[in-house]
Design a binder for this molecule. Structure first.
Ligand SMILES: *Cc1c(COP(=O)(O)O)cnc(C)c1O
Length: 364
């Protein structure tokens, strides 16, 4: 089968290999079969290896849904009735967690910082000192809207010093930036199959310390479908996902993960770095401005200022899209930006190809 290869420069879903696409073509199976349960269990254990988490102390909870379902599960399930969630918020994804806390009436503090810089750790510490009822701290590892990489390890240290757990939205760094969950002071993290592992959409996962899951059994159930503990215990008891899993996506995820381990985390990160370096070089050649200082960028996403006030993003997008390249709007309310991302099964040659088309688009 000859499948057209599109270069996705949006922040997920990412370009996948043909072998991952084809892994979805499997015989029909009822997901309640033991064979399928065993496949999901193995997948859960393998997903822990990506962040070097010990399966004795950690568990993976699989959900059928996009990455946001994991945020929903964590925000709604991991705060006791007499506790409080501190959200360290410097971008659109942490702001989404704040909206969830509001929607579920989870007691929370929205500690907001400007979207174009790092959070102020002294302010985080002061908030923790002043609010001893904070039981969990939440932040976003990479704010994908800007490409800023947040100091999760340092925020995690502060959380632990104050007896709180650390929840990190690692959806857009997991299986790309190599890290160990324990060394990063993370107690709960998450991702989605369409991002770092280069799989398909529809499967997402929360990785949590078993001690955290055990404690959260006593917490209020604020959501039925996305309750983390019900989903965890449901699988532990039956070997099945509580509700219908995304069957073919699970097969693709297994294949994607095998390709991840075959490439290796160091080589994969080197490939993403080559790719983003090619993006930096192409932007510099066209004298385009990156809006976030290089020192605080993740190395996966670049937010680019519109080259001029009359820049027509849609026209440039459509020109590139027709030629197999997808660019993406920005997510900064204060500035006119678009984004180029180095996620997915792409390499520097793809970026060189993109810039030839992009330059044509600007000229056209
Ligand atoms: C992609 C992403 C999500 C989830 O987005 P979905 O559209 O629900 O998959 C959440 N947080 C971050 C940081 C992301 O990059």
């Amino acid at each position: 089968m000859n499948i057209q290869r599109n270069i996705l420069l949006n922040p997920g879903p990412a370009t996948t290999t043909d072998t991952v696409k084809m892994a979805q073509i499997v015989p029909d199976i009822c997901p309640r079969e033991r064979e399928f349960g065993a496949l999901m269990r193995e997948l859960g254990t393998d997903l822990l290896k990506v962040v070097h988490a010990d399966p004795a102390d950690w568990a993976t909870v699989l959900f059928c849904g996009s990455g946001t379902i994991c945020m929903d599960a964590c925000v709604s399930s991991l705060v006791p009735a007499d506790g409080k969630l501190l959200i360290v918020n410097n971008g659109a994804y942490s702001a989404r967690a704040v909206e969830m806390a509001r929607a579920y009436s989870v007691p929370h503090i929205d500690l907001t910082f400007p979207v174009d810089g790092l959070p102020d750790l002294a302010a985080v510490e002061q908030t923790l000192n002043e609010n001893p009822d904070i039981s969990a701290v939440y932040t976003t590892h990479q704010e994908t809207g800007t490409g800023i990489l947040n100091p999760v390890r340092e925020i995690g240290t502060l959380a632990h010093e104050h007896g709180a757990i650390m929840i990190a939205d690692t959806i857009s760094t997991y299986a790309m930036i190599p890290f160990s969950a324990d060394e990063m002071n993370i107690d709960v993290c998450m991702s989605s199959a369409q991002k770092g592992i280069q799989g398909m959409t529809g499967l997402s996962y929360v990785l949590a310390k078993k001690s955290v899951l055990a404690a959260a059994k006593a917490y209020p159930v604020r959501s039925y479908y996305t309750n983390l503990i019900m989903q965890y215990e449901g699988f532990e008891q039956t070997g099945e996902m509580r509700f219908t899993p995304p069957v073919q996506t699970v097969y693709a995820a297994r294949r994607a993960l095998a390709e991840y381990f075959a490439e290796g985390e160091t080589k994969k990160w080197a490939r993403h770095t080559r790719t983003i370096d090619a993006i930096h070089a192409g932007l510099a050649r066209l004298s385009l401005t990156e809006v976030i200082p290089r020192e605080i960028q993740s190395g996966l996403v670049v937010a680019v200022a519109y080259p001029s006030a009359d820049f027509d993003f849609t026209r440039v997008h459509d020109y590139c899209y027709a030629r197999g390249y997808t660019i993406y709007p920005g997510k900064m309310q204060s500035a006119s930006t678009f984004r180029l991302c180095a996620l997915g099964a792409i390499d520097e040659a793809d970026i060189q190809g993109f810039f030839r088309v992009f330059e044509e688009a600007l000229n056209a």
